[in-house]
Design a protein. Sequence first.
Lengths: 199, 207
Amino acid sequence: MKKRGSVAAATEFNQKTDRELVNECLADNARAWEALLARYERLIYSIPIRLGIPHHEAEEIFQTVSLILFRKLATLREHERIISWLTTTTRRECWRFGVLKSRHRRGPANELADPSRDEPSAEQLAYERRMADERHEILWQALSELPERCRDLLVMLFYLDKEMTYEEVAEQMNMPESSIGPTRGRCLQKLRKILQGRI
Amino acid sequence: MGCPGFDQLIDFLDGALNPKVARGIEEHLAEGCKKCVGTREWYDRVRSLARSDTRFDPSPWAHRRALALFEERGKVKPRVAAGLAIARLIYDSLQQPLLVGTRSEAVTQRQLVYQTREHSVELQIVPHSKLTAELVGQVLPRGESGFASVAGILIDLMRKEESVWSTLTNDNGEFIVSDIGMGEYDLLVETRGRTLRVPRLDISLSR
């Protein structure tokens, strides 16, 4: 997948563990931060999108979670469980975002902070256009027809940049590691049936 | 060898099989088995299509903003280097005398106020269930108008020195933490320059 200028960092840091990347960030290496973001930004962003939150709001949540991650770099302890931590924190931010929105009608201060108002750029529009790509849409529609659990599993396996181990997927899906392979197989078979050779 | 099972073929394509089994499947595919080659091609198409989908990419603008955090914030300092201020409790609604006719069990929420020299932290505990509650708070700068210094600061709810919830304050210094078990916590507030600690915060509604 194309990574918007982070190719060099991704190549150099691809093999590093999360712990090593965090340590490099703390040693003031901006490219390590770039690599850490490249590794997890799809995971973070996928959570509000899958919850049906519109893109401009998902981006606010993405910004908040990125900032929390950045602020916590020095105190993160379980580096090997960073996926879990990010998932939990992002889900909570989605919830919090919904709660705060419903509690307070967004006032002028918040409106000013709304990133969608800052830069409704050509880039943003191009981004929206790319998303409309027909074949992507066919695949996505087919995924949407799957049971939720299947969809979540396949999204995790196919769409997120971070190559997740079965152990990580099992933890995310709250299912035994030994079930991942057979479940994936069943879900893929269903997906293939729904697609019926359309891609 | 004959056709591998679907799961095994997918494992092969994901590079998750041991070399010996993988070699067998490779040879089988090289023989041109229509069914298995068809499955491989289908899986490769789905996988590469999904990988090239930008649906889950934050926009380039959001990506750049997140990258810029590093430059905007300067060096990442460990929390210990920032210094610590312990907040003291100055108000607890549970310690106030009950109004005449009010039953002690009738407490539906609890207010707490903590202070350091530079900040006060107002907390409200609202029960969710018998076992869980919501914590709504606001960090306020003392002797300063406006909220600029308390907007977007990190809040960490800690239990036994482990972070159980991390969030940021909004533009008014407010934050919200939900569905936390009743019990004792420490609340850490990363104010500019130093960490404010609310020690032994009792999340409960009983007197």
